[in-house]
Design a protein around this ligand. Structure first.
Ligand code: PBG
Length: 323
């Protein structure tokens, strides 16, 4: 009888043994909570396609930020839904615009205890829903958009953001934002570049959450899901332009990209477990088809195992509490 000489099962025999040989850790500080604030809201409003996620009011976001910090999350990423939008997305750089007010509120509440980050993109502020301003024939105008991003970066820094997250996938956005920040005396504000952002169907529920007005798609600026070398190029450019951290988005369908990027750069790598990833697990669990807590944790551990140093996830607080 030929017995197996190697028996990997020895190291799986008890919870203590499995813990001893566990390769990947998941700690609260690895998790960043994305939060939505709705201008003018008097109470939090549920987002139907993201059970458990709300559009916050000015008051509820402060409270939720405190709870997140108490749970030990590594940071907060803020988004806002403005009452008014225009073709230029001017609410993004108006110091009294919805997001800049939210940054100020959250920083005054928890700014010393956590890292406050802000999404730096025009899509929530434009009436056409694109991430940039348009040319007369309706194309997204890269370089005119960079001017808007520069102003938005300074407004966010002035509101107190510790980190800005340019997410519009315009060429040169990181360099433009770094230059604007430095020129305005904000050399200490860091950039988390959404360096690798795919044109993904998994953003569907997010567009509900921010009441996106987009018709059409973002394929002229977000990446083709088929491409990974292109991701390396995007990351190289962003690091050269001054990104302090880089992000891959979405996460679960792009774990190979996370791994390749982790090997290619010497800055922290983030992955964004996006709204559709959240909604899929929540929906399957609501139907009783999967074990919700195990699926949530497995998805997060997988993203860490692939190489992400930090994960943006709508489950950040719940998981941080459990850990
Ligand atoms: C753009 C932005 C998007 C997300 C974060 N920042 C959406 C998009 O490109 O349409 C998606 C996040 C998610 O799906 O959870 N400002």
């Amino acid at each position: 009888m030929p017995y197996p000489r190697e028996r990997p099962r020895r190291l799986r025999g008890s919870p203590a043994m499995r813990r001893l040989v566990g390769e990947t850790t998941l700690d609260p500080h690895h998790l960043v909570l994305p939060m939505f604030v709705r201008e003018g809201a008097v109470e939090p409003r549920p987002v139907p396609s993201m059970p458990g996620v709300v559009q916050h009011s000015a008051e509820s976001v402060r409270k939720a930020a405190v709870e997140a910090v108490e749970a030990g999350v590594g940071g907060l990423m803020l988004f806002a839904i403005p009452e008014n939008k225009d073709a230029e997305g001017s609410g993004g750089y108006d110091p009294d615009g919805a997001l800049n007010v939210a940054i100020r509120d959250v920083v005054s509440e928890v700014g010393n205890a956590t890292v406050v980050m802000a999404d730096l993109c025009l899509d929530e502020f434009t009436d056409h829903g694109h991430c940039g301003v348009l040319t007369p024939d309706g194309a997204v105008d890269n370089d005119a958009t960079l001017e808007a991003y520069r102003r938005m970066a300074v407004a966010q820094a002035e509101a107190g953001a510790h980190v800005v997250g340019p997410s519009g996938m315009m060429d040169g956005q990181v360099g433009a934002v770094r230059d604007a920040l430095d020129g305005a005396g904000h050399a200490g504000v860091a950039i988390l570049a959404y360096a690798v952002k795919y044109a993904s169907a998994f953003y569907g529920p997010f567009r509900d959450a921010v009441e996106s007005t987009l018709t059409g798609d973002r394929r002229t600026y977000q990446q083709d899901p088929a491409n990974a070398f292109e991701a390396l190029r995007e990351v190289r450019l962003d690091v050269e332009e001054g990104a302090d951290m880089v992000m891959v988005k979405p996460a679960l369908s792009y774990l190979d990209v996370v791994t390749r990027i982790r090997e290619a750069v010497d800055v922290p790598v983030a992955a964004y477990q996006v709204s559709g990833e959240y909604a899929m697990i929540e929906a399957a669990a609501a139907n009783g088809w999967i074990d919700r807590e195990r699926a949530v944790e497995e998805s997060l551990v997988s993203i860490r195992r692939a190489g992400a140093d930090m994960i943006l996830t709508y489950w950040a607080v719940e998981v941080a509490r459990r850990l």
